[in-house]
Write a protein that binds this ligand. Structure first.
Ligand code: FES
Ligand code: FE2
Length: 465
């Protein structure tokens, strides 16, 4: 469907909802709508930069893993020359999937139907009986299709199904300043540990997008048991908006991050002293980035549309053990209006001792893996929102959810005038502007508009909301 092809009734519903978002309202029914799901696939997921994986997952030539953008399956593969490719997993003869395992190492992919064979850079290498059956066929025209655009930022590989549009660098914009802190703080950078976890959640993907775009309000309630069980500190999991610490909600070029920290203190996300002393380096960071890392206790954040991260200190997997940090990145892949597949990776400093990497991995799994303490709290909540949105009542009553926290007539909010980084930062975290920002971009893309304005600037960069 091209822009302008949305049925009039849908266009009017979206327009009305866009206007009500300025009042901090969003329709409940949008969390379960078959028609919107199809539009989201076409206009958001086929047009955005979508996270695929980390280079360290396929370190050797021939290493591959199946990955997805929306409903499409791709092969994420390092070829014999060391280049990373993202190949559409569909034989050029009759469409069969040629990659028959979720991951592995191979020089070639052979189609199980009639045996067409492709090199791991996608080139067609072998066609059975070619000299008789396909004598004029040009192999060069029949390689596996490459994704139109594939780019890497700090080892994180993103792809876009759109032939044209903003580069990954433009898409991330100045938000890279914040993500650099996570990826460049240790000398040698971060690497992924093990395979990603994946699990299906019976919830609409926008529920988790909301959550990762600054829901500091929920932590004390939904995750109160983490404090009760002495698995996390009040400073990390406790009430939002205490105003005593460096609690900030930051919006930057359409992406968001929330942090908790302590002004003027050396916290470094509770990494052990030996890691801070031996591995952390200012070399690739600005003074402001270094200061941010130093004072931070935890970060949560999201890159539009479906990438999230958590870099936490001050939690443990066992009350008898010291607290330790974990770093996890995730993506949420919609597989229907009421289901998503969560993909989740644990990371650690590449040059850290093996035992510390394993501790970080254990911390990640016990907190935010599929059975993690925090994860189990959130998932039933997201599911219940999706269930409430299903059926007739939400639509017939036009029920509107409230996202008004932080709007000037609703809350007392200040912007930090001396903030260290780009974008802007609220001086406390009792606000829902990050979620409104997410939904604004969602509307713009569904309406067929760019995330950029007429001047080419990313939307919402400077506007205080
Ligand atoms: S479908 Fe792949 S070889 Fe025929
Ligand atoms: Fe949560």
């Amino acid at each position: 469907m091209a822009a302008g092809d949305i049925p009039n009734s849908t266009a009017q519903t979206l327009q009305a909802a866009r206007e009500s978002l300025d009042e901090g309202l969003f329709p409940l029914e949008f969390f379960h709508d078959e028609g919107l799901h199809d539009l989201e696939m076409e206009r958001i997921f086929a047009q955005s930069w979508v996270f695929i994986g980390h280079e360290s997952e396929i370190p050797e030539p021939g290493d591959y893993a199946q990955r997805y953008i929306g409903d499409d399956t791709f092969i994420f593969v390092r070829d014999e020359s060391g280049e990373i490719n993202l190949l559409f997993d569909s034989c050029r003869h009759r469409g069969t999937e040629v990659c028959r395992a979720e991951q592995g190492n191979t020089s070639h992919f052979r189609c199980p139907y009639h045996g067409w064979t492709y090199k791991n850079n996608g080139e067609a290498a072998g066609i059975p009986q070619k000299s008789k059956a396909f004598k004029d066929l040009d192999r060069e025209e029949y390689g596996l299709a490459h994704v139109p655009r594939l780019e890497t930022y700090e080892g994180l590989v993103f792809a876009s199904l759109a032939e044209e549009g903003p580069s990954l660098d433009e898409w991330l914009g100045d938000f890279k300043w914040y993500f650099d802190v996570h990826m460049k703080l240790p000398e040698g950078g971060m690497e992924v540990i093990g395979e990603p976890h994946r699990w299906v959640v019976d919830a609409n993907w926008k529920t988790i997008a909301d959550n990762f775009n600054g829901d500091s309000y929920h932590t004390a309630w939904a995750h109160g048991s983490v404090v009760d069980l002495e698995l996390g500190g009040e400073e990390t999991v406790g009430h939002a908006g205490t105003g005593e610490s460096l609690d900030r909600h930051i919006h930057c070029d359409g992406h968001t991050t929330s942090m908790r920290g302590f002004e003027g203190e050396d916290v470094f996300l509770t990494y052990p002293d030996e890691i801070v002393e031996d591995l952390f380096t200012k070399d690739d960071l600005s003074e402001g980035q270094w200061e941010l890392a130093k004072q931070a206790l935890s970060f949560t954040g999201a890159i539009f549309p479906n990438f999230g991260f958590l870099h936490f200190g001050d939690t443990t997997d066992d009350p008898e053990k010291d607290v330790a940090p974990f770093f996890t990145i995730r993506k949420w892949r919609p597989i229907g209006p009421d289901q998503m597949e969560l993909w989740s990776w644990g990371l650690a400093p590449k040059n850290a001792p093996e035992a510390f990497k394993q501790r970080m991995y254990k911390m990640y799994t016990s907190n935010f893996g599929p059975t993690g303490n925090f994860e189990q709290d959130d998932v039933p909540i997201w599911k219940s929102i999706t269930e409430a949105a299903d059926g007739q009542f939400a639509q017939s009553q036009n029920l509107q959810l409230n996202y008004q926290m932080g709007l000037e007539w609703m809350s007392e909010m200040d912007i930090d005038d001396e903030w260290l980084g780009p974008g802007f930062a609220y001086t406390e975290n009792l606000e829902e502007g990050g979620m409104r920002l997410f939904h604004e971009q969602w509307y713009e893309m569904l309406a067929g508009n760019d995330r950029t304005d007429a001047t080419g600037s990313p939307i919402n960069v400077t506007e205080d909301r």
